[in-house]
Write a protein that binds this ligand. Structure first.
Ligand code: XIL
Length: 385
């Protein structure tokens, strides 16, 4: 018997109960798993804030997840003043260079965050060598040098900048930050002008939290109207959206986006996460100056998230993305503040060392039901269901 006939006999014996030994058609290739960037293509960019590990080679699984899922990136910390300009005249762009290169390598929309903020800005910026407050002119000069150095270095490579972060207080007045106290209210316009000088093509944004609260929103709308009327080159507003399961309401989110879009500004959701833990401070929002002591009742899910809360988080994300999608002509980008629950700053703010679950990927980088809900929200729009 020839080898071929022997093989055929063996085949027939093994497959007697099946359809036979004719060559089988190739198995269908399963569809690629959905990604956030693909699901929202045509609606808005979907981004994530990256920590250093994700773009410096230490967290290759995290980097792969970012590359697969997102089409925009924001640096969680490495472009803040204390990172990039730690001492007078001393700039350190190592980490920031790696961040920008990562975004370019993956052809992403690269955001810079944040040029002028009261947080993570060294004390020396506001003081002279004797520790006394500097003059208005000195602080303006320091601001100009910093913005020109940082924005200028990445001219044409960082696509949009959070130029001024969190300048409005909860009551809608301007926050009494060192910037405001030393320079006066025009520190905001000056920052935008310096950034525009350094990169005329970059999109320049005002970014803040709790803009869904009426008093703060009214203050920010008035501020932006004044800036626009004065010809200040502000292109967009970032709503941070450090949210909770029950705050802000969908109606408040909806009217907030509408209010800023009505000014002709591009609206972005810039720091999205959803806190599922008990409130530790009375304020909503993301004031980095707040902190609260750890207590066991503030950390109820240290050994796992109950399914009921997992589902509530998924419904909450579906609700929020429903609002963003309704405004898809106005919302240009939705960026999450982190990638996996393990990375999230909400494990440490305003209480250190809690176990929070605010994002779409679990601590092992696996998609959560909230991820499926966000994908489904885009699919529903596409299929009209
Ligand atoms: C947070 C970072 O996530 C933390 O790693 C850091 O320790 C403190 O700052 N609003 C902002 C962000 O604009 O820059 C803050 O990021 C979160 C609140």
């Amino acid at each position: 018997m020839t080898a071929a006939r022997l093989a055929r006999r063996a085949c027939l014996a093994a497959l007697a109960a099946t359809a036979g030994c004719a060559p089988r058609p190739p198995a269908p290739v399963p569809p690629a798993p959905p990604t956030l960037a693909a699901a929202y293509r045509g609606a808005f960019l979907v981004g994530a804030a990256l920590n250093e590990g994700q773009f410096s080679g230490r967290d290759s699984a995290g980097a792969a997840l970012v590359a697969a899922q997102f089409n925009s990136v924001t640096p969680e910390n490495v472009l803040k003043w204390e990172s990039v300009h730690p001492r007078p005249g001393v700039y350190d762009f190592d980490a920031a260079d790696r961040y920008v290169a990562f975004g370019e390598r993956h052809r992403m929309f690269v955001v810079g965050h944040a040029l002028v903020w009261h947080g993570q800005t060294p004390r020396w910026v506001f003081q002279d060598s004797a520790g006394n407050p500097v003059s208005r002119d000195t602080l303006i000069a320091r601001m100009r040098d910093h913005i020109h150095a940082v924005v200028g270095r990445y001219r044409g490579r960082v696509n949009g900048w959070d130029v001024v972060n969190e300048a409005v207080a909860d009551d809608g007045t301007l926050r009494r930050s060192p910037w405001q106290a030393v320079i006066g209210d025009d520190f905001i316009a000056l920052a935008f002008r310096f950034a525009h000088e350094a990169d005329p093509a970059a999109q320049l944004y005002y970014n803040d939290y709790s803009l869904e609260n009426p008093a703060k929103r009214a203050g920010a709308v008035a501020l932006l109207q004044r800036l626009l009327a004065a010809g200040v080159p502000v292109a967009g507003v970032g709503l941070q959206d450090h949210d909770r399961l029950d705050w802000p309401t969908a109606a408040a989110e909806d009217s907030t986006i509408a209010a800023f879009a009505a000014l002709g500004l591009r609206v972005m959701i810039t720091e999205l996460d959803v806190d599922v833990l008990p409130r530790a401070v009375p304020q909503t929002g993301a004031d980095v100056g707040l902190s609260a002591a750890a207590r066991p009742e503030l950390d109820p899910y240290a050994s796992g998230l109950p399914d009921s809360v997992q589902q509530a988080l998924a419904r909450r994300y579906a609700e929020l993305f429903g609002v963003f999608l309704r405004h898809r002509g106005q919302v240009a980008r939705v960026t999450f503040w982190g990638v996996t629950d393990r990375d999230s700053w909400r494990n440490n703010w305003p209480v250190r060392g809690r176990t929070n679950y605010p994002l779409l990927f679990d601590r092992a980088g696996r998609p959560k039901p909230a991820f499926d809900a966000v994908i489904a929200a885009a699919d529903a729009l596409r299929t009209g269901s």
